[in-house]
Structures are given as structure tokens and as C-alpha cells.
Design a protein around this ligand. Structure first.
Ligand SMILES: [Cu+2]
Length: 188
């Protein structure tokens, strides 16, 4: 009984993990090269789709900075009016708005040497992270047998994305789970 209930819990957790979409992606700028001189960031960004909620992660040494600037400042390589600026060596910038975002290095001539990147952020497509962790109330009750646990977990995963605030539990399921709980009490 203990093993089956533990297995049921794992199944529920796995089902919930599959249901929750991965709507936030961390993009490490330049991948393993990081934020540095001699890297083509337009090529790096060209095959990626950035959506609101994603993060840009800049990793760089202490000879660089990260500054988000306007489009005109991007063209002029000017960081004097930067929207945000950081020189901590590891900068995580959440992409909160759609449209073009411009990043340059504010150190001397690094921007004009190619240490600049412009990206276009699109709106997140149909990923409404409505708190879909409600079916935990139904799963904390005593689990039925392993055969019916599979069906219950699959039905829970299919109902969650439809913004269903309450998981419908059939009267039979309540009676059955109650009987199982009583049975487990008697056994233990
Ligand atoms: Cu630099």
C-alpha cells in the first residue's frame, strides 16, 4: 500500500509537471562564449524567438558592461542614456515588453567593435499561467488502487489547462476512495 501510494504521488507530480508549460526561457547570450568581443550576436539571435516572460542572461568579465539602450542610442553606440546598465559580470534581464530591445557594451569602443545586440520580443502565445495547481486537494485524499490511479491522473491533466478551478470528483470516486481509506486504516 505504501509503495502504491508513493507511486501514485509521483505520477501526479509528473502529470502536473507535464501540464505546466515551460513559458519562461532563459537565453544565455552568446551561449558558452558569453557577452564578449569578437562574437556575432545578430547571428546568435537570428534563430531564436524571444517572447515576453523570457530572460536574457549575460555572462561577461569585468572589462564589459551590459546596457539596454534605445534604438537611436544603439545605432550611435551610446550608453550615456541607458535604460538599464549593469557591470556585475552576470546580468539577467527579464523581457517584459514586446518590440525591439537593444543591448550594447558600454565600455569605450566595444559596441562599435560589434558588442551589440538587437532582438525582437513577441507576445507570449496562449500561455496564460493561471494558477493550475488546484487538483492537489483531490490528490491528497487516500489514493485508490493503482489501476484507477492511472485514469484519475490522466483526467486531471486533461482538465487543468481549461482553466477549471475545481476538479469534478464523481460521487463514486469519493465513496471508493473513502472505502480504500477505511480499508487502509483497518490493514494498518
Ligand atoms: Cu565590452
Amino acid at each position: 500500500m505504501a509503495t502504491s501510494s508513493a507511486g501514485f504521488g509521483v505520477a501526479v507530480i509528473l502529470a502536473l509537471c507535464c501540464v505546466v508549460p515551460s513559458f519562461a526561457t532563459d537565453y544565455t547570450v552568446g551561449d558558452t562564449s558569453g557577452w564578449t568581443l569578437g562574437y556575432d550576436y545578430s547571428t546568435w539571435a537570428s534563430d531564436k524567438t524571444f517572447t515576453v516572460g523570457d530572460d536574457l542572461v549575460f555572462n561577461y568579465g569585468n572589462t564589459h558592461t551590459v546596457a539596454e539602450v534605445s534604438g537611436s542610442d544603439y545605432k550611435a553606440c551610446s550608453a550615456s542614456n541607458a535604460i538599464t546598465s549593469d557591470s556585475s559580470g552576470s546580468t539577467k534581464i527579464p523581457l517584459k515588453t514586446t518590440g525591439s530591445h537593444y543591448f550594447i557594451c558600454g565600455v569605450s569602443s566595444h559596441c562599435s567593435s560589434g558588442m551589440k545586440m538587437s532582438i525582437t520580443v513577441t507576445s507570449a502565445s496562449s500561455t496564460t499561467p493561471s494558477s493550475s495547481t488546484t487538483p492537489s486537494s483531490g490528490t491528497t485524499t487516500s489514493p485508490p488502487s493503482s489501476s484507477s490511479s492511472n485514469t484519475s491522473s490522466t483526467t486531471a491533466s486533461t482538465t487543468v489547462p481549461e482553466s477549471s478551478s475545481s476538479v469534478t470528483v464523481s460521487p463514486f470516486g469519493v465513496v471508493f476512495s473513502t472505502m480504500v481509506a477505511i480499508f487502509m486504516l483497518i490493514v494498518s
